[in-house]
Design a protein around this ligand. Structure first.
Ligand SMILES: Nc1ncnc2c1ncn2[C@@H]1O[C@H](COP(=O)(O)OP(=O)(O)O)[C@@H](O)[C@H]1O
Ligand SMILES: [Mg+2]
Length: 416
């Protein structure tokens, strides 16, 4: 019988929470439940600012996906984001003491564990130890050392660390619902799993996940992530600029932004398209006053995008990685759909640019094939890689006591 393993992800964004339930069978990941976008309350710039609101938001999202799925959510990979996310490089060496001299998975785990020994203060929690390059004796450039013979195993890693306080609060929100946490996954690392190809990562590529209040930045060189950071600006700032320019509220400004983004071709060649000279009738959005020029709106959007990409450039310059990413930039996240984004990104970073759509799952994927689900989908792929090495994983609903606990908790949170 085929081995069946449930993998779930909960993406806690600043504007929305999305949950995916899937199961891994014969190497394929089948989606069996999705929540779609569900409003995220209590999250500001990636961090939790109101626990009760976050718990309720997560509960709504999880129960939607859970209702659709034939597989229960017992545990989940959960996203973490915000300007508290940082990365450092770390290096470690271990001796291979097995009689056969053959490197085992345990040796790899041991060397990665040693790489964690850094001088980080207790206010920081390590969430990822990402191997970039292994060296077996004098042989460097090894991607997977398991099965190789040698006396000494060395690794270069990128360590992603976060505020312990933010991590603790996030875990609290999820575990209060009776859901175990598999791992916290940095949004940028998650999205990279679903939108980047192996050849882009090998060549050198910059991944940007632009959400509502955050821009997650990850640089890959020679196949591995070498740098991660989050800039606390995103699509909500563009909406805010439109709201201020038109003296409109945020809801109206958001509708206007989406409307003109959906009709303006983001390809650089058609930037000067016919839409440029059109106007929007303010009455259509319940506003008063004169017709609103689309050229004006595009310029408001462009200015903020220009700022975002210049902030990314500042980060890249700090690391001198700009010359190591010939595959260019892949933009994902909900704000990847913003009008003119490719053109502005290209003009600031002077690199090829494309929009990243999440791939790699099968089953009920229609709802999650949009850039705004890059991190939710990516966590499932990340999870499938992690769980491949485990023999028994969360089972199905009928035999699941934890599931009943979860259901009971959901009931407690639902309006009476
Ligand atoms: N069609 C669109 N055009 C422009 N912006 C969009 C569009 N759809 C969503 N967005 C923007 O994407 C952002 C949400 O992206 P998302 O990745 O879901 O955010 P988060 O993960 O931070 O909650 C919002 O600021 C929203 O305005
Ligand atoms: Mg997002």
């Amino acid at each position: 019988m085929a081995k069946e393993n449930v993998i779930s992800s909960i993406d806690v964004g600043s504007s929305k929470i999305s949950t995916i339930v899937s199961f891994l069978v014969d190497g394929k990941i089948n989606v069996t439940g999705t929540s779609g976008p569900s409003l995220s309350k209590g999250v500001g710039k990636g961090a939790i600012i109101n626990i009760d609101e976050v718990v309720r938001s997560i509960e709504k999202s999880v129960s939607r996906a859970d209702r659709m799925s034939t597989h229960a959510i017992r545990t989940a990979f959960v996203s973490i984001n915000g300007s508290h996310v940082e990365s450092i490089n770390s290096h470690a060496v271990v001796a291979i003491t097995n009689e056969s001299g053959e490197i085992t998975r345990q040796d790899v785990e041991r060397v990665l564990e040693s790489a964690k020994a850094t001088n980080l203060p207790s206010s920081r929690e390590i969430i990822h130890v990402l191997p970039r390059d292994f060296k077996v004796d004098d042989q460097d450039g090894v991607k997977d050392p398991v099965g190789m013979s040698g006396n000494r195993l060395e690794v270069q890693t990128t360590i992603v660390h976060v505020s312990s306080m933010v991590a603790k609060n996030l875990k609290k929100c999820v575990t209060q619902l009776g859901i175990g946490i598999e791992e916290l996954v940095y949004t940028g690392i998650a999205s990279a799993e679903s939108v980047l190809t192996d050849s882009e990562k090998e060549l050198g590529v910059l991944l940007l996940d632009i959400g509502a209040q955050t821009t997650s930045v990850v640089v890959f060189v020679e196949g591995g992530p070498v740098f991660c950071t989050t800039i606390p600006i995103g699509g909500k700032h563009i909406t805010n600029d439109i709201a201020i320019s038109l003296r409109a509220n945020m809801d109206i400004a958001e509708k206007i932004k989406i409307k003109i983004s959906n009709e303006r071709d983001s390809k650089p060649t058609s930037y000067e398209n016919a839409k440029f000279n059109e106007v929007i009738n303010p009455i259509e959005f319940g506003l008063e006053g004169e017709a609103i020029s689309k050229r004006f709106l595009y310029s408001v959007i462009d200015q903020r995008l220009d700022e975002i990409f210049n902030l990314v450039l500042v980060e890249l310059k700090k690391t001198s990685l700009i010359n190591h990413i010939p595959a260019g930039v892949v933009i994902t996240g909900g704000s990847a759909k913003t009008a003119g984004i490719e053109k502005i990104c290209k003009s600031v970073l002077k690199l090829p640019v494309k929009i990243g759509y999440p791939r790699g799952l099968e089953g009920l994927i229609d709802e999650v094939s949009d850039p705004e689900f890059a991190s939710s989908v990516g966590m499932i792929i990340y999870g499938s890689k992690k769980l491949k090495h485990r023999s028994v994983l969360p089972g199905n609903k009928s035999s699941d006591n934890v599931f009943r606990t979860v259901k009971k908790l959901f009931k407690d949170f639902l309006p009476h």
